[in-house]
Ligand binder design. Structure first.
Ligand SMILES: CSCCC(=O)C(=O)COP(=O)(O)O
Ligand SMILES: [Mg+2]
Length: 228
């Protein structure tokens, strides 16, 4: 029986092109000025130090740090300080109304129905918790944050490592086997399954498919009766 759902964002409930063609270019465009203007603040300075640690270059200049961050965006590297900085940068975009958070219509309907049925909903994304909350606060369907009971990002671990899912399960008041993890990425589903969670792959956005996990093409195919 499923008591809680842990969902990925990009490729699962949100279109990949929204992240790759809107959010990432916006962050790349604004990042150099944002970092230079905020480098002295505690919050940003901590992330810049984390970038230097990741580069194993404690003396790296601000320009070198910025170049590293831009190349990580281009390569879609899920490096925690980059993801934290992106969240801070996207805040301005959402608040200015430059974009709203894309949510598939079937995902909005599914999440609303599961919440109404009493299933606890959690999010686990490589995007920072701040970025997740911004997307839901400024979603195409208005503020969706009341649907969610908690948020996890790469600070709990990488999404392809079973230990991350074990850490999440230990923070929830549910056994791992009572949690259903939703994702479009096979390696993430494999890791969640190893940690004892139930899994369901979303087959959309042209992502590689497997039959090693149950799958649906969109949430209209989700069988709520079977899981309750
Ligand atoms: C929280 S919206 C931005 C998503 C993001 O930055 C990202 O890297 C997507 O990762 P996900 O784990 O949601 O596939
Ligand atoms: Mg995904």
């Amino acid at each position: 029986m499923i008591k809680a759902i842990l969902t990925d964002i990009e490729g699962t409930i949100t279109r990949i092109s929204f992240v790759k063609e809107i959010l990432f270019p916006y962050a790349a465009d604004k990042l150099p000025d944002f970092v230079r203007q905020h480098a002295h603040t505690t919050e940003v300075a901590a992330q810049l130090d984390a970038v230097r640690a990741e580069l194993n270059a404690p003396q790296a200049s601000l320009d070198q740090v910025i170049q590293a961050l831009l190349s990580w965006i281009a390569e879609d590297k899920k490096v925690t300080p980059l993801k934290q900085l992106q969240g801070m940068i996207w805040q301005h975009g959402y608040q200015n109304g430059d974009f709203t958070g894309h949510i598939y219509p079937d995902a909005h309907q599914f999440l609303s129905a599961e919440h109404a049925a009493g299933t606890a909903l959690y999010v686990y994304s490589s995007g920072s918790v701040q970025a997740q909350q911004l997307l839901f606060a400024h979603s195409d369907y208005g503020d969706m944050r009341p649907l969610f009971s908690g948020y996890f990002d790469t600070r709990v671990g990488a999404k392809q490592q079973p230990e991350a899912y074990q850490a999440i399960a230990s923070q929830l008041s549910f056994a791992a086997h009572e949690v259903l993890f939703l994702s479009d990425v096979v390696a993430e589903l494999d890791a969640a399954k190893t940690a004892g969670m139930q899994t369901l792959q979303l087959w959309r956005d042209g992502q590689p498919r497997t039959q090693a996990h149950p799958f649906i093409e969109d949430f209209s195919q989700y069988d709520a009766q079977e899981s309750r």
